[in-house]
Design a binder for this molecule. Structure first.
Ligand SMILES: [Zn+2]
Length: 324
């Protein structure tokens, strides 16, 4: 006698009273579940803004009103939404609880963040580390640079302009997903030391938002456009939890559009722990990168992101750094 037949036969012989009790119990379970759903908290709460962002929100009329706020630097809120739904129950942190109560349309505005690959830890106290940085993008030519870096296993830091992030979000996602670091380079490439504190705050805050919406992680690094910074810009950077990243090697790639010359200058001036200033908006710079990587590899250099360069040291928001 097969199992199926046993079940079928038992079903037909169940007394009517027992069947009624089973139906009653099922109805009880259903009504309990419905009442639990009805008591879920209202979806109206918004987390308090991180320090310094209140002024940004107040002064930036163009900032999207309904977008979620970036997480505090160093505490990324990234993670695929799909996996977050699974992990939520296990780790009911306050941020997760807030996310649950957020309206569905707010979550939908933020794209599903990509996940960068795991990184091998490089000890820059032992190895000859150097950080390639690329400013002013992304632009369509950034894709060629990403191909070059990816083929050589080199990770870099991109100081992006917020307007370009809005124009090419896919390239910023690709930068992040391929393990590069994203830094803030203002929203419109403005000369911040000529602006009011509120204006500079808006420039930084809008780019923090733009990068966070695309990658799920707000930058912790800021590079002032034109290298123009002063005490006022430093104070705004501090309020936005951003360290100011300058450079130690500048091959003037924006001035001399000559790949061989750019490579020669970088190789000549490079030193251990240096941050190298380049611009991915120039095709000649992108063309110089394979030669720069090959030459520095031969000299024993290891390429790391800026945050990796300073691993083990604390980057203080507002302070300026140009080499390890
Ligand atoms: Zn720039």
């Amino acid at each position: 006698m097969s199992g199926v037949r046993v079940v079928a036969e038992t079903g037909t012989r169940t007394p009517a009273l027992v069947r009624r009790w089973v139906l009653f119990a099922a109805a009880l379970v259903c009504s309990a579940a419905l009442s639990t759903l009805a008591t879920v908290p209202p979806r109206s709460e918004t987390p308090a803004p991180p320090a310094g962002e209140a002024s940004v929100a107040a002064t930036s009329s163009a900032a999207p009103a309904k977008a979620g706020r970036p997480g505090r630097p160093g505490r990324p809120t990234a993670g695929p939404l799909g996996s977050r739904r699974v992990d939520v129950a296990a780790n009911m942190g306050p941020a997760v609880a807030t996310l649950r109560r957020r309206p569905a349309h707010t979550i939908a505005q933020r794209q599903v963040p990509p996940m960068p690959p795991p990184r091998a830890k490089v000890d820059c106290q032992v190895r000859k580390c150097v950080a390639l940085t690329f400013d002013d993008g992304p632009v369509p030519g950034t894709a060629r640079l990403l191909d070059i870096l990816g083929a050589r296993g080199v990770r870099a830091t991109f100081f992006v302009v917020g307007l370009q992030v809005a124009a090419y979000p896919g390239l910023v996602r690709r930068e992040f997903a391929e393990g590069h670091e994203i830094g803030n380079h203002s929203y419109t490439h403005a000369n911040l030391d000529h602006m009011s504190g509120a204006g500079a705050g808006s420039e930084m805050g809008r780019t923090q938002q733009a990068v966070w919406r695309v990658t799920g992680k707000a930058p912790v690094l800021f590079r002032p456009p034109y290298g123009a910074t002063d005490a006022g810009v430093a104070a705004v950077a501090r309020r936005n939890h951003l360290a100011q990243i300058m450079w130690a090697v500048d091959p003037l790639d924006w001035h001399d559009r000559d790949a061989a010359l750019i490579k020669r200058r970088v190789v000549q001036d490079v030193r251990r722990g240096a941050i190298i200033l380049l611009h991915d908006i120039h095709g000649t710079t992108v063309s110089a990168v394979p030669g720069i990587i090959a030459a520095l590899n031969r000299k024993g250099y290891v390429f790391v992101t800026v945050s990796e360069l300073y691993r083990g040291k604390r980057l203080a928001p507002g302070r300026r750094y140009s080499q390890r």
